[in-house]
Design a protein around this ligand. Structure first.
Ligand code: SF4
Length: 240
């Protein structure tokens, strides 16, 4: 378990630290300057058509790759963290008000912290009100915890109830991950890290090889499940 790369990623421990590697000289606590671009507390509007809505400042796992470490989690002895001051319900209302007044915005990344820490009825309420805003066409739930903790996309698919397509972006590392996401009702998956690993190790050929491996694994997983077409991957494949 200690050597497991998923454990390293999701549950870093002190002994994982490489104190011989210095921090990047330009590293800052809010490396993407999201706080500087808040138009309402927790709402970053950087691009004309797209915003980031940070619904809460907590995460169920605290992985080792957080670009929001300035906001996420409690103060530590060395650092006092950025805090939300507006009560959560009012803050979410202010975010929605801004989006109603901003017709150029069509794409909302709903994040945190991690939305997996948000009680489901409260998240559902926020998403329902978001879906009612005419200009909002894409809503992305940014969570590593659903994948990290195996909670899956099935609940999300059920909640949106065909009002939106659900894509799983994150944690897809093997063909069987694709089968699981599709079986839970996702329309497709997106692949981030594996292509960067392929690129790092073998350039363009590395990415092509990674895709070929993923496809072969997907075909094998489908064959083992008895599905001879992607359209035949459904919830019946999941354990009850
Ligand atoms: S919010 Fe996301 S990136 Fe930050 S610690 Fe949690 S899982 Fe990691």
């Amino acid at each position: 378990m200690y050597a497991d790369p998923v454990r390293r990623y999701m549950l870093p421990v002190f002994s994982d630290r490489r104190t011989d590697w210095p921090s990047h000289p330009y590293a800052t606590r809010d490396s993407l300057h999201e706080h500087d671009m808040w138009v309402a507390e927790g709402l970053t509007h950087r691009y004309p058509t797209k915003v980031l809505a940070e619904l809460l400042p907590t995460c169920p796992q605290y992985c080792g790759h957080c670009t929001r470490m300035d906001l996420v989690g409690n103060d530590v002895p060395q650092v006092e963290k950025l805090k939300f001051h507006v009560p959560q319900k009012d803050r979410h209302g202010q975010i929605l008000d801004y989006l109603r007044r901003s017709p150029s915005v069509r794409d909302v990344v709903v994040s945190g912290g991690d939305v997996a820490n948000m009680p489901w009825p409260r998240l559902e309420d926020f998403l329902t009100r978001l879906l009612e805003i005419e200009n909002i066409r894409d809503i992305r739930l940014a969570t590593k915890a659903l994948i990290g903790h195996g909670l899956g996309a099935a609940g999300v698919v059920e909640a949106v109830d065909n009002r939106a397509e659900v894509y799983v972006d994150g944690g897809v590392r093997r063909g069987v991950d694709v089968v699981k996401a599709l079986a839970m009702g996702a329309r497709a998956v997106l692949i981030g890290r594996p292509q960067l690993w392929g690129l790092t190790l073998g350039g363009e050929d590395g990415v092509v090889k990674m895709l070929a491996m993923l496809r072969a694994e997907l075909e094998l997983a489908m064959a083992l499940c008895g599905a001879d077409a992607v359209a035949k991957i459904d919830r019946a494949l999941l354990a009850p």
